[in-house]
Ligand binder design. Sequence first.
Ligand code: RP5
Ligand code: MG
Ligand code: MG
Length: 240
Amino acid sequence: SFVHQKCRNVDVPYLGSQIYRTSVPDDLVKWNRDWADYAPPNYTDKKVHGQAWADPEINDHNQYTFDPKTLSPINPIGRTGLAGRGLLGRWGPNHAADPIVSRISDEGHLEFVAIQRRDNREWAIPGGMVDAGEHVTQTLQREFTEEAMNGNIDKDSLKELWSDGKELYRGYVDDPRNTDNAWMETVVFNFHDSNGLLNNVDLQAGDDATALRWIRVDSKEPLYASHAHFIDLLKSAHSK
Ligand code: RP5
Ligand code: MG
Ligand code: MG
């Protein structure tokens, strides 16, 4: 069964910190495997404290549903070697949306719009967090507009594209920011441009993206978090 990898990396410190995760071997990821001495560092980035988009610190006076031992929600996949929230605002699931905008290139290859992330320089789908009260369909369009169109909102040019999305995935993401108590979940939609709509759109990296390009699905290029898996799903969806 699936065990997360990217959120167990001990080669580099946790993003934006000097904190190293406890090394968790594959066979001790599942919580039901005994590990009496497991005591990972507890870390929540200061950037998270006091933010409107984040939960407060947990103490015995507030109302979350807890693991009685740790007083915290626990990662559904298992141990990550780090307690606390790290860079994530929410205890438990942190909700994102990932729009995969694809086309068939002139050479006949299925390809998708990818951005390079500012935080760790890895290539990724231009996704982002669902804002409070926001519908996921809005998040998908907003994040693509911010990260791949540099905020140039030309509402009508992609209307047809946005109206025909296909869901590819929803659930857990093996994000390098995940911890034992906070993790990413996403909804992945494919918007396939069969009509050349994107020829009339100025694609340009924006917001937290530092570069943009089309990546071929068969390029085997390493991607951020679980995004390579999402691209596999895209590939299957188009090979039917
Ligand atoms: C990943 O983090 C999701 O798949 C999504 O692509 C992304 C959301 O976080 P930010 O891009 O807002 O940092 O887990
Ligand atoms: Mg964003
Ligand atoms: Mg993003």
